[in-house]
Design a protein around this ligand. Sequence first.
Ligand code: G
Ligand code: G
Ligand code: MN
Ligand code: NA
Length: 256
Amino acid sequence: LRLEGDLRTAIAQNEFALFYQPIVSLESGKLEGLEALVRWEHPERGMISPDDFIPVAEETGLISAIGEWCLNEACRQFAEWKQTFGDDAPGFMHVNVSRRQLLDPKLTHTVRQVIEKHEIPPKQLHLEVTESLIMEDQKTFIPILKELRKIGIKVDMDDFGTGHSSLSCLHEFPLDVLKIDRSFVVNAKHVRDYAALLQAILTLADNLELQVVAEGITDTEQLILLQALGCEYGQGYLFSEPRLATEIQTLFGAHI
Ligand code: G
Ligand code: G
Ligand code: MN
Ligand code: NA
């Protein structure tokens, strides 16, 4: 496969870049955290989305090198921002992890090494894991997430609401944050039932003492609804698209 060969070269030549998207306090509009999102700048094809190359990286095992680079680069950049911007720097860095990364027995060790190297307080690093992945094999993934949380880092359930977890077993998952999938946010404006669903998710999260991030906020109406429902954090094009480090840092300390 062409992409596989190119991906090997990409690792050797470091053709990856991290983009960062703000996670914002919905009450104050303050930029509180960032999610790191990888991009591949292919020399001929241009920018390739992780949706297109992460699956290939997973299949071939190249994800371990790419994933480690992403984790290290996000933490390095985060530490640099803390140095430069002090109190205006974001308080949290979120990094996505995929299936094979979670199954790698060295992951806990790698994460501990990276945060120690960059002197990042563990509670400021979030790893995002999709709901559908956890649901695929709870017996395998729950102990892995527990191990990760023992380091003191936070675990987020990403794309929540699309992975068919039974709400009644959510309390058994070792989690800190629910990231509500953008399909709920998109629909809430048009379909009354979706606002009720959001309300139910927020009540549940509150009872389980989970923080909530609503994803995919694109307009003010959605923002106002989520504020009225008491949702603490949000993310989406309304605030900012994922952008390069040099661009995103212009938003630090601002209310967006
Ligand atoms: O940013 P974008 O919409 O293109 O991301 C597409 C998908 O790729 C998302 O599901 C996101 O979680 C995933 N993704 C983005 N960056 C990373 C990364 O660094 N590692 C892993 N494993 N997945 C990522
Ligand atoms: O699966 P995950 O939640 O990690 O994916 C994040 C992806 O969602 C990123 O690739 C990002 O580009 C995309 N994204 C972020 N905000 C918005 C938004 O407001 N609308 C849409 N359509 N996509 C978004
Ligand atoms: Mn994510
Ligand atoms: Na998501």
